[in-house]
Design a protein around this ligand. Structure first.
Ligand SMILES: Nc1nc2c(ncn2[C@@H]2O[C@H](COP(=O)(O)OP(=O)(O)OP(=O)(O)O)[C@@H](O)[C@H]2O)c(=O)[nH]1
Ligand SMILES: [Mg+2]
Length: 194
């Protein structure tokens, strides 16, 4: 959370394994759910590899009220670029953990969660971040249920949404849940949203 003049800047991030659907989820929200008048840029800013995966990040700044700007990022999930992933994570106020619900991705989800918990422990400010989990790819067949994944991955205490980033199923609800948590936090600190 950064205060610049009378404005507050919040940072949200989509974090999860490679190909979990972070970019697809952010793209869907940006182009289908976020009203144009809230967007501070017309197109998502993206830095991709030649194969179309995220090299550094995707980025969209939006204005959720006259005095609150929310910058939304998606980090790379590829371990090759792990160093940039943790840099992009720094100072996040809200983390969407994107779980790839496919059975074959179970171990990779566990590994990246370990990395995330380590970052939360070690990086300044991150322990206060709000967390919402997306159990993505709910349209596929060979997947674990959200109930199973929540428990197996130890995510029971976080709000969870069973999502399909391709169709946007439940994504808007997840974004609203996150923004509600963050605005409640701001109000609790005495900040008045304009
Ligand atoms: N069936 C299905 N496919 C999905 C879903 N979400 C994403 N995909 C597909 O999964 C692939 C990877 O999606 P991305 O959004 O690029 O994944 P990412 O998490 O950004 O991956 P990195 O940038 O490599 O970290 C793409 O082919 C998407 O179309 C989903 O909910 N269901
Ligand atoms: Mg991506």
């Amino acid at each position: 959370m950064k205060v610049v003049g009378d404005r507050i800047y919040l940072k949200l991030i989509f974090f999860g394994t490679a190909l979990a659907g972070k970019t697809t989820a952010l793209e869907w929200l940006f182009y289908h759910a976020i009203p144009d008048e809230m967007k501070l840029v017309k197109e998502l800013r993206q830095v991709k590899t030649s194969f179309g995966q995220t090299l550094l990040f995707d980025f969209a700044p939006i204005e959720i009220s006259q005095n609150v700007v929310t910058r939304i990022f998606s980090a790379t999930g590829q371990d090759y670029y792990k160093g940039t992933r943790t840099k992009v994570l720094a100072d996040s106020d809200g983390i969407f953990i994107v779980i790839d619900s496919q059975k074959k991705a179970l171990e990779r989800n566990q590994e990246i969660l370990q990395e995330l918990w380590k970052c939360v422990e070690e990086m300044e400010n991150l322990s206060e971040a709000e967390i919402v989990a997306l159990y993505n790819k709910n349209d596929l067949e060979e997947i674990h249920s959200m109930e199973f994944l929540r428990e197996y991955l130890g995510l029971e205490k976080y709000d969870g949404f069973s999502t399909c980033a391709l169709t946007g199923d439940n994504l808007e609800d997840a974004l609203i849940a996150m923004l509600r948590k963050l605005t409640a936090k701001l109000e609790a600190k005495g900040f008045v949203l304009e």
